[in-house]
Design a protein around this ligand. Structure first.
Ligand code: HPA
Length: 257
């Protein structure tokens, strides 16, 4: 069963025929909100709004461990992250949908592992390829199926936020090899890996990075919101098709859950 973690602009999945909501308690505290269970074209899926259903939890205060642990506990078998980003690479523009294939982590002070605390054995997970390629390919297939263009491959820079970057920071991220910048991709991706949950992301470009394009002087959030709303209509279409296809190809896995 696929789980979708929705970011800014995606606090619910309108096509999800909701069966119930469940508050899940975890050893790491509370997830961002109750998990929403339902069906899309008759196939089961779980939805969770990363920033809470009222969009009140900033990126650095999201309880990523509780979110991932809760989804795993409720039998999610893969995670699709939807998150907005700023563009650094010249060919990425507001409104574009991007499937990242790499991460550079600049966050700090977040709980970024399950392998800590009393009694834990030291564990180093492989994270060479942070996004699960077969899952990315299923997103590509779903996008193609509904006629939505997506760009395959980008290096995602995860910054701490909640403030946006300076122009010099965006230049530095570019020199580091980053193509897009967002605040929530880590530690979410690595926690999914630690739980052996295949993870892939759909990034929605909502603005040019600070100092670039129409963000040369400042990033204006009114236009960001508009781009976000328009793009999320397309993201929903892709996600809906993905859930239908995913369940169809994983019917054994979904059985009895
Ligand atoms: N920087 C960081 N995170 C973001 C941005 C940005 O410009 N846009 C959307 N999320």
């Amino acid at each position: 069963m696929l789980a979708i973690i929705g970011g800014s602009g995606l606090t619910r999945l309108s096509s999800l025929d909701v069966s119930h909501r469940e508050v899940v308690r975890t050893p790491y505290g509370e997830p961002s909100g109750p998990l929403t269970f339902g069906n899309i074209c008759g196939q089961p899926a779980i939805f969770l709004a990363r920033h809470g259903y009222g969009h009140t939890i900033p990126p650095h205060e999201v309880n990523y461990r509780a979110n991932l642990w809760a989804l795993k506990a409720k039998k999610a078998t893969a995670i699709i992250s939807v998150a907005s980003v700023g563009s650094i690479r010249a060919d990425l523009h507001p409104g574009d949908l991007v499937l990242p294939d790499q991460i550079i982590d600049y966050t700090w002070g977040r709980h970024s592992t399950f392998h800590e605390g009393p009694g834990c054995t030291v564990t180093h997970v492989d994270f060479t390829h942070p996004y699960e390629r077969p899952l990315v390919e299923q997103i590509l297939q779903a996008a193609q199926g509904v006629g939505e263009a997506v760009k395959d491959g980008a290096v995602y820079a995860a910054t701490q936020g909640p403030r946006l970057e300076t122009a010099a920071e965006i230049n530095r991220l570019e020199r580091d090899g980053a193509d897009v910048v967002g605040m929530t991709g880590m530690p979410e991706a690595v926690l999914a890996r630690e739980l052996h949950l295949p993870y892939a992301a759909i990034n929605v470009v909502v603005n040019y990075g600070a100092g670039r394009g129409d963000s040369a002087e400042a990033i204006h959030f009114e236009s960001v919101t508009q781009v976000l709303q328009e793009a999320m209509v397309r993201v929903r279409r892709v996600v809906e098709r993905l859930v239908c296809n995913y369940a169809a190809t994983h019917s054994q896995e979904g059985a009895g859950q």
